[in-house]
Design a protein around this ligand. Structure first.
Ligand code: SF4
Length: 109
């Protein structure tokens, strides 16, 4: 069973308890479908705008066992407000550069 870490948007965490993501990881659905049912090992925010802490937090998730890291849909799709993170591409590129071979998913659902 793959271990997963998720990074969410700090600006919207007060609007969403992450229930959908937690269920998708456990059920191997959404962006986690290629991996089957997974175990959530961490669920952290980007640290706040402009998202620079996301790289260190992604590394922390891997150090705690994550074999897959996902940016939640609040970051890349703008859920639930329809307002995607303006820094999402930079954040994604920096995290991927840091994590090397660890898959970094650009959405959760
Ligand atoms: S950097 Fe992006 S993901 Fe992080 S709090 Fe700001 S808008 Fe949200």
């Amino acid at each position: 069973m793959k271990k997963v870490g998720i990074i969410r948007c700090r600006q919207t965490e007060h609007l969403c308890p992450g229930t959908t993501d937690i269920k998708l990881v456990a059920g191997g659905k959404g962006s986690f479908e290629p991996f089957g049912p997974c175990e959530l090992v961490g669920f952290v925010s980007c640290g706040g705008c402009p998202g620079k802490e996301a790289v260190a937090r992604a590394k922390m998730l891997v150090d705690r066992g994550a074999e897959v890291v996902a940016l939640a849909s609040c970051i890349t799709k703008g859920s639930p407000l329809g307002f995607p993170c303006p820094n999402r591409e930079n954040m994604l590129a920096a995290i991927r550069a840091k994590l090397g071979d660890i898959p970094v998913l650009d959405y959760t659902h």
